[in-house]
Design a binder for this molecule. Structure first.
Ligand code: A3P
Ligand code: MG
Ligand code: MG
Ligand code: MG
Length: 358
């Protein structure tokens, strides 16, 4: 089955949302940032991006529309939030009209409703869109990496994914290429089941050159920038066992999956502390971008790679069919098929050693 129409809509929605985020990141106001009840940050750009993508997808695919997304409007409906809701509404309307193809004006209530469409519970039946309106909000606030991450589930499987990464350089960020004179940024990764992974410039203007990492064993590990999101000491033990010498590249969000899919690095390890439950929107788009990497395409280069693999720390594929959470064993490991056996062994050994030392 082809999902071309859905992919085209997803690319358009994620690109427009990324533009909205870029605009906010340039002139971030203190009042733009709020704290959720789990104490994590959320900004007008997270809300704006979610409203925009939700509205656009619903326009295109009204029948049986279902969206699983990170944010909701609860805090925005509280007393004193009117001003921030108006700011979000203006951002959404400006983004819609800037594109030229939409002449609608949303009310504040329309925007709140669009945000709340993201409450679906998902599951193994039917189709569900999965959205992280800004993945890596902390990176976004630091002026670093973040992504708008959008995927489609069909009967519990990820069938397409789009990662809009406004701050990722178009050229490879690993090894000798890291100081490339070309500092253009903004990448759009997309993948459809069975169709390979593609990357194009987010603004659609220039051409891209992708460089292949020759020795994946020497390529860096990717890790979360935020130390609390993964056990970095365990990752360094794993790296040691594999003989990896390069220091880890710490980066926020699913940009790590995108960068890995084009060969900027070969390994991404995410081992959160016990008790943390991963959400599907933090991995759905990234996982299909990586699994499609056996056929990686950019606008001017074609690279054939060892296929990408994403599993939990027990070696099981990620199961997106169980609702809003991923129930997995210990953590997530991402690499290519060639490296997977040795990486898996190093992960198991390191986890056992860690358990013994506790
Ligand atoms: N203690 C924790 N352990 C693991 N992941 C966490 C975490 N706290 C937050 N996160 C998730 O980590 C995501 C960012 O990923 P990364 O660690 O790769 O940068 C956050 O996404 P949001 O920024 O969308 O909230 C959030 O969902
Ligand atoms: Mg968040
Ligand atoms: Mg996220
Ligand atoms: Mg988010």
């Amino acid at each position: 089955m082809s999902y071309d129409k859905e992919l085209a809509a997803a690319k358009k929605a994620a690109s427009l949302a990324a533009r909205l985020c870029q605009k906010v990141q340039k002139v971030l106001l203190q009042s733009d940032v709020q704290s959720k009840n789990n104490r994590s940050p959320v900004t007008v750009a997270d809300y704006g991006s979610q409203a925009l993508v939700s509205f656009l997808l619903q326009q295109e695919f009204p029948a049986g529309f279902s969206l699983i997304a990170e944010e909701d409007s609860k805090d925005l409906r509280k007393d004193g939030a009117q001003e921030i809701v108006e700011r979000i509404t203006k951002l959404v309307n400006d983004s819609l009209t800037s594109d030229g193809s939409y002449s609608v004006t949303l009310s504040t209530e329309d925007v709140l409703k669009a945000i709340d469409s993201g409450k679906s519970e998902g599951g193994s039946e039917g189709r569900h869109w999965v959205l992280d309106p800004i993945d890596g909000t902390k990176g976004f606030l630091r002026g670093d990496q973040y992504a708008v991450a959008l995927a489609l589930l069909d009967r519990g499987k990820v069938v397409l994914g789009v990662l809009a990464c406004p701050n990722l350089p178009l050229t490879c960020i690993s090894g000798a290429d890291r100081h490339s004179p070309n500092n253009e940024v903004g990448c759009l990764f997309f993948a459809e089941v069975g169709g390979g992974t593609y990357m194009q410039p987010l603004d659609g203007s220039s051409t891209v050159q992708v460089s292949a990492v020759e020795n994946p064993e020497e390529a860096s590990f990717f890790e979360s920038y935020e130390a609390a999101h993964s056990m970095h000491d365990l990752s360094s033990l794993i790296a040691q066992k594999l003989g990896v010498k390069a220091p880890p590249v710490r980066m926020d969000s699913q940009v790590k999956y995108g960068a890995l899919s084009r060969g900027d690095g070969a390994i991404y390890i995410r081992l959160p502390r016990k008790g943390y439950r991963e959400k599907i929107w933090d991995h759905a788009a990234g996982s299909i971008v990586v699994s499609g990497m056996d056929q990686f395409h950019s606008v001017c280069y074609f690279l054939s790679k060892a296929g990408g693999v994403v599993t939990d720390a027990a070696g099981n594929p990620l199961d997106f069919s169980r609702g809003r959470y991923l129930d997995l064993d210990t953590g997530i490991i991402v690499t290519n098929q060639k490296l997977m056996p040795s990486l898996f062994k190093a992960v198991r050994e390191s986890l056992e050693e860690k358990a013994l030392s506790l």
